[in-house]
Design a protein around this ligand. Structure first.
Ligand SMILES: [Zn+2]
Length: 306
């Protein structure tokens, strides 16, 4: 600056003042540079951009934090609720257990206390009329009797029993007694022998059409003829005498009617090369034991639904 001449110095002073005041228009390049300093604007943009992204990042972080806190609160609430529920359940369990302990295991609204094979001819009723017999049963706590047709035919007795709130059921014996083809056949091909020789129960095959239609006819007749509350189907099973210390339960019945019904039921054909009952029974039990047992259950339950 020391070497600068006075005029030039003055010129530079004027230029500087004009530039500072924004009024200098002698040099467009300089003027542009003065109005829009590119370096400053870029810095500002960078700063703004940085802080904008920072704000966004922080906003996101804050939201995530809020979300995390909310979830945490929710979890804590749920845990508290769960604990509360568990406590309540435990309380309920204890109450239930105490109630069960206090009461009998099975609570019945109606308990049937009956006599099977009831007859007014028993010696305990000697000399008593129907009214006295019914009153005696009532006093014993009896509220149902099972009787055969001879007893059911006594209308006065049935009326007296009903008057003392005693229900009357007919007993119908099924599949008992051997007649012709209804004797059950065992898996070795031999007929079933008496469970107890000379005993009244000799279980028969439950699949014989004649026996089934005879039983149905009897049931219909009883239902129409007598003033009864129900019918007990006694002996509705494959033959076994279970009222014994060691019931002898044989796998029956393998005669032709049962074999045919089984094949129809299960959709199975016993191979023709098996000719004897023993061989055919062996084949069934070896290859289709489950279907065989199902068929037997079906035979009995389907009869119950007729
Ligand atoms: Zn049979």
């Amino acid at each position: 600056m020391l070497s600068t001449k006075p005029n030039r110095r003055r010129f530079l002073q004027i230029i500087s003042a004009s530039v500072a005041a924004g009024t200098f228009s002698g040099c467009k390049r300089k003027s542009k540079r003065a109005k829009k300093p590119p370096k400053l604007r870029n810095e500002k943009k960078e700063v703004e951009s940085f802080f904008d992204s920072r704000k966004k990042a922080l906003k996101k972080k804050r939201k995530e934090e809020e979300k995390r806190l909310k979830n945490k609160e929710k979890e804590e609430e749920e845990t508290a609720d769960e604990e509360e529920r568990e406590k309540e359940l435990e309380k309920e369990e204890i109450t239930k257990r105490d109630q069960l302990r206090a009461k009998p295991v099975i609570e019945r609204k109606y308990q049937m206390r009956g006599l099977i094979g009831f007859s007014p001819k028993y010696s305990i009723f000697t000399g008593e009329n129907v009214e006295e017999i019914s009153k005696k049963l009532y006093k014993w706590g009896i509220n149902a009797v099972w009787a055969d047709k001879r007893t059911l035919a006594n209308k006065d007795l049935l009326d007296a029993l009903h008057a003392w709130s005693i229900q009357v059921y007919a007993t119908v014996g099924l599949f008992n007694g051997w007649r012709g083809r209804n004797r059950p056949i065992r898996s070795d091909g031999t007929p079933l022998r008496s469970f107890i020789p000379g005993h009244w129960y000799q279980g028969s095959c439950p699949n014989q059409p004649n026996d089934i239609s005879r039983a149905l006819g009897e049931i219909q007749l009883i239902a129409k003829k007598y003033d009864i509350d129900g019918i007990w189907l006694d002996g509705l099973r494959y033959p076994v005498f279970w009222s014994a210390p060691n019931p002898n339960a044989h796998m029956t019945c393998f005669e032709q009617v049962c074999q045919n019904k089984f094949q129809n039921y299960a959709g199975i054909t016993i191979p023709k090369q098996y000719l004897t009952v023993r061989d055919r029974a062996e084949w069934i039990m070896k290859h289709h034991a489950d279907e065989w047992v199902d068929f037997k259950m079906y035979s009995i339950t389907s009869l119950r639904k007729i």
